[in-house]
Design a protein around this ligand. Structure first.
Ligand code: TYM
Length: 335
């Protein structure tokens, strides 16, 4: 019998529009993972409501995220791409796991601290227990590995702690997930403040390149990128964070090494370099945008993929949830 594939789980929040950071840091690297793993990728719309959303825009953004996954090359017939809110097991397991998570642990989460500073008028309990819902996502599918960027590693760590605690009480219910250690993408920083990561929710529109930005907008954003007062294109993250970020992006986009990039732009100044980075990114994203526009028109295809994958996710996660309910001693439903 063929050896069963290990399980891989990841996802993105369905808030705002995906950035170049989401693409180079995550999505682009997910495309071929299904060759080695059985892959689940969620459209994380339940996490999105920890911040207020406009219902009409939110509905559209979540569907667009699904479509962007497919446009970027994630094959929905080979990967289970589904909506978190369509699978009620996530909410059910999150509640259970809340009862196995300590407030002291949640108090340490840096994302909670950052987000509560940013949304001081809406520090809701969902924002606080966000990592528990993320733990439920991962543990429901018995994931072996989880590819996430550095910003999400703390959440993966708490997932492991919760799972180990639960298993300690009830036996081996959950698989303990590991961070994915294969090739991970570039960490992309804000174009306006290279000390901060590029983010969907940045208020400055020039700080982030969105996957759906028009080629000319992309070029302009790179032209306006913050650099430093020198003229030399040299990789030095500590002293030249802006230029180093642009070099990371250029390298991730063209495959060139830092050494090659330094040689290519020796004596040419920042203007030429910024133009080259803008062109390379625009060239990379144009085919994806064309595919996205085509797929958006094909409602029947996208609907059929959503339906099939929601069902698969539901089936898999129900198996884990049933086991959990039995272990903790819930009475059985009489049917
Ligand atoms: P989210 O939506 O913030 O980000 C999705 C993925 O994109 C990566 N990423 C970046 N990589 C490089 N440079 C950047 N500037 C950049 N910005 C974002 C993130 O590391 C991530 O891999 N909580 C998660 C979503 C989630 C999840 C899960 C992930 C919910 N449940 C279960 C994995 C497993 C989040 O907000 O990701």
């Amino acid at each position: 019998m063929a050896e069963e594939k290990k399980i891989l789980y990841s996802g993105m929040q369905a808030t705002g529009t995906l950035t170049l950071g989401n693409y180079l840091g995550a999505l682009r690297n997910w495309i071929t993972l299904n060759e080695e793993y059985e892959c689940y990728f969620g459209v994380m719309d339940m996490h999105s409501i920890t911040v207020r959303q406009n219902p009409t825009e939110f509905r559209q953004k979540a569907r667009d995220l699904f479509t962007l996954y497919v446009a970027a090359g994630l094959d929905p017939e080979k990967n289970c791409i589904y909506f978190q809110s369509h699978v009620p097991c996530h909410a059910e397991l999150a509640w259970i796991l809340n009862c196995y998570t300590y407030m002291g642990e949640l108090n340490r989460m840096t994302q909670f601290k950052d987000k509560s500073a940013k949304h001081a008028d809406n520090i809701n309990a969902g924002l606080y227990t966000y990592p528990v819902l993320m733990a439920a996502d991962i543990l429901l599918y018995q994931a072996d590995v989880v590819p996430v960027g550095k910003d999400q590693l703390q959440h993966l760590e708490i997932t492991r702690d919760i799972a180990q605690r639960f298993n300690g009480v009830y036996g081996d219910v959950f698989k303990i997930p590991e961070p994915y250690t294969g090739k991970i993408g570039a960490r992309v920083m804000s174009l306006q403040d290279p000390m901060k990561k590029m983010s969907k929710s940045d208020e400055n529109p020039n700080a982030s390149v969105f996957l759906v930005d028009d080629a000319n907008v992309i070029r302009k954003k790179f032209k306006r990128a913050v650099t430093d007062s020198e003229t030399e294109v040299r990789y030095d993250v500590e002293n030249k964070p802006g230029i180093s970020n642009l070099m990371d992006i250029y390298s991730a986009t063209t495959g060139k090494s830092m050494e090659d990039i330094e040689k290519e732009f020796a004596g040419r100044g920042y203007g030429d370099f910024k133009t080259a980075v803008g062109d390379a990114v625009a060239d990379l994203l144009t085919p994806l945008q064309e595919r996205f526009a085509e797929l958006k028109k094909d409602k029947a295809y996208i609907d059929s993929m959503i339906k099939a994958n929601d069902e698969k996710a539901y089936y898999t996660s129900t198996k884990t949830l049933r086991k959990v309910k039995k272990k903790i001693g819930y009475t059985e439903m009489i049917r």
